[in-house]
Structures are given as structure tokens and as C-alpha cells.
Design a protein around this ligand. Sequence first.
Ligand SMILES: C[S@@+](CC[C@H](N)C(=O)[O-])C[C@H]1O[C@@H](n2cnc3c(N)ncnc32)[C@H](O)[C@@H]1O
Length: 302
Amino acid sequence: MEGIRQRGRVPAFGGKSRDTKSARPSLYAVVGATAVPAAANVGTVYLVGAGPGNPDLLTLRAAKVIALGDVIVYDRLVGAGIMALARPGTQRIYVGKARSNHTLPQDGISALLVRLALEGKQVVRLKGGDPFVFGRGGEEAELLAAHGIPFEVVPGITAANGIAAYAGIPLTHRDYAHAVTLVTGHLHDGTMDLDWAALARPRQTVVVYMGLLGLPILCHELIVHGLPATTPAAIVQQGTTAQQRVVVGTLADLPGRAFDARLLPPTLIIVGEVVRLRDKLGWFEPEASAAVARSAARGVAD
Ligand SMILES: C[S@@+](CC[C@H](N)C(=O)[O-])C[C@H]1O[C@@H](n2cnc3c(N)ncnc32)[C@H](O)[C@@H]1O
């Protein structure tokens, strides 16, 4: 196992590149990494976080890697603005997953990454947010490691902190929350398998990914397990982008408000006293969000 890890490792910046491919500019040399392929003609896989949707929130490292990869294997939540950073001739493979529409199953995606790397390609596996937060980056990295494929993880801004910032909701605050918990609200057989007692503890912020369908269950269970029905909560659609829409309420009324606003995925839910701060700290008001506010004021769903 140790041998496999050694072969698959991409050392830190600064050393000499031992890339054996000389026909085209070495990705490693140009972007400054010193990846050591397991063997000649084996490419590296870059597991890259694309951030929460706004292209300006991409890291410099991600932009460099995207611009130099041979092939980009990308997900549904990766925006056109980010894909535009790829070179014109770059091969693009869409493997996006909507809830009920699996373009390529996860095993197939992981196997595809291995195959492309064994063909000698520099592979950019581009995912929304951060690859290691509800992104299956860990599973893909495990398979790459098992096959001795060199890989690098390029972190991205995960939805929780990108969207909290753009919604004017600090995830922690000395007066309101000293912990943050990230959970997935994905429904399994119509229920959510979460540790409700832990989530209902006071003085924490709970951030729920993939929770739109389960929002009524989420709010109900948190109340049943002890949080006041008046606990502030927000749901944000397409956060950080020009299409951002924010609906704020309490555990008691957020499901109804979200339904009236006809929100669509992707959405992120934030529960906790910190949500109150949005009144003071909300700084990003794109046109779509302003339209929702106007409709709500008229008492009409947008
Ligand atoms: C499969 S998870 C991937 C999370 C990603 N790896 C991350 O770190 O943000 C996708 C979920 O992230 C959340 N999400 C991602 N981008 C979002 C955005 N711009 N606005 C709201 N929610 C978003 C939604 O809950 C969406 O269903």
C-alpha cells in the first residue's frame, strides 16, 4: 500500500519536474508542480474545486490547471464562465449528475479518470465547490491511489462558505454560534437519515446541502428535537451568482416560503441564529433576488 501511495504522490511545489513527456509543454513545468508520473505516459489527474458558481471565486491554481489540461471531466454545477478558461482544443466530457439523471454512474466516472490518465492525458476532474465536501473527491482519489495514478487535489470554495458570504450570513459569530455542521439533506426512501439530537443543539449553525426536497422534514425534525420554531433559517438558490435568490424565515415557516418562491436546485439551507445578521450584513443583491423581494412584498409568488 505504501508503494502505491508513493507512486501516486504529487510532491509539493518547488522541486524539479521529472515529466518524461517532451512533445508538448509539460503541465507540471508550466503550472509549477512537480508531479512524478508512475511511469512514462501516465498522466496526472487534478481533482479541482470550481467553487460555488461565480467564476471570480475560482482559485488561481484551479484556473492554471484548467487552462493546461488535455481533457476536462466536469459536473453539472460547473458554470460556462469556468469552462471558458479551457484551451479551445481541450476535450470536454460531461458527467454531470442531476438528482434523477445519472449521466455516468460514480464507478464509471472513477474508471474513466483512470483510463484517461493511463492514456497519458493530463486530466482535470472539475467539480462544483470543493472536491472533498460532498463531492465524491475522496472516492475518486482512492481509486486513483489504488491504481498508482498521480493526482493532485485543488481545493475550492465550498457552497457553505461561498453562499454564506454572499448571503451576508457569517457561519460563526461569537454572540450566536461557535460551531458549524455541514450535512447532506438528500432523501433516502422519503426520509433523512441525520443525527437530529446533535443538529438541534443550540449555538451552532447547521448548513444543509441538497436539502430542498426534504426542507419540510428538516424543519419539522429540528423542532421536534428541541430547536425553537422561531429559529431563523434561510434557503439560498444559485448562491454567489447573478441569479442568487435568498428566502429567509423561521423553522416554522421556511418550507412554505420556499414553496411560494418556487425555488429550484441548487439550493443551500442555513439554520441558526446567525441568519438574523443578514438584515445588517446582506451586501449582495442581484436583480433576481430583488425581484423575489418585490414579489414577496406584493404577497405574490415570483
Ligand atoms: C453534490 S453537492 C456538491 C457540493 C460541492 N462539492 C461543494 O463543496 O459545494 C451539490 C449541492 O451543493 C449545494 N450548492 C452548490 N452550489 C450551490 C449554489 N451556487 N447555490 C446553492 N447551493 C449550492 C447544493 O445544495 C447542491 O445540491
